[in-house]
Write a protein that binds this ligand. Sequence first.
Ligand SMILES: NC(=O)c1ccc[n+]([C@@H]2O[C@H](COP(=O)([O-])OP(=O)(O)OC[C@H]3O[C@@H](n4cnc5c(N)ncnc54)[C@H](O)[C@@H]3O)[C@@H](O)[C@H]2O)c1
Length: 267
Amino acid sequence: MDLSQAKHAFITGGASGIGLGIADALARRGLSVTIADIDKETLAEIVGTRGNQFRGIHLDTRDRERWAEAKQEAESVFGPVDVLCNNAGIAPNGRTFAEMSFESFDMLLAINLVGIVNGVMTFAADMQARGSGHIVNTSSQAGITASMPGVGAYCVAKYGVTALSECLRAEMAEHGVGVSVLCPSLVHTNLAENTAKIGAELREGLPVMKSDVTPDHVGEFVAQGIENNEPFILTHAGIWPALQPRFDALRAACEKRDGDSTMQELI
Ligand SMILES: NC(=O)c1ccc[n+]([C@@H]2O[C@H](COP(=O)([O-])OP(=O)(O)OC[C@H]3O[C@@H](n4cnc5c(N)ncnc54)[C@H](O)[C@@H]3O)[C@@H](O)[C@H]2O)c1
């Protein structure tokens, strides 16, 4: 999408970290930005320091009724949303499946996956009808490779976000709407503190996140990714060795089957 033609971006989880980095990058390109976040106080602070180009909307992305109101409220001020960034999320709970509670699993899925589905389903039909727009969904490196103990529920949600985004991209392409999935590796943010703040489980002793990639870098990667309609937006060049074993294993599994099972068609 040509961002010089875009006017309005709606960003969930935009009061902090990666979402705020995206908000600032899009504002630098001239877009008006609606930041939607569950954290009312931080939202007010952030919007208060940034002026009229920004507006804050209090939204818990799990609340479907509130999504419809938020869309109406945002568009009544800045016009139709051209860029939707479904970014709000919480950290892994640090539990293995053997020790995890249903409540903790459900909360991770509700925010990190269903919250994103809610955003897509609130805005996709309008973008499709207008024949323009771009949607960026925040997944994770944990949405393209899964192997570490203690991040299982997070990976289930983030793989879901990746799958949602790839399917949505195929569905929206013919309607002129772009879709990208953002898969950050470690980025220094307040993810752990904010996860604890909203009462989600977070096991103590999880590793502290350190990285030389900042939310501002990610904001620029996302803006470029929208401009080029990139399917995947990654943040760290060095992660291929973490991805490759999965693709090698899939290839090896394919190669085990013999020649007469190479053909399949839908009838
Ligand atoms: N920081 C990383 O290393 C990293 C790596 C991979 C993926 N991610 C993903 O990036 C996204 C942004 O995280 P971040 O690292 O910038 O963390 P962050 O905590 O700095 O920002 C997340 C924001 O989302 C908001 N939020 C949480 N739940 C919400 C809800 N239900 N409704 C509305 N807002 C809600 C929080 O209040 C916060 O402002 C998340 O989806 C996270 O899973 C982060």
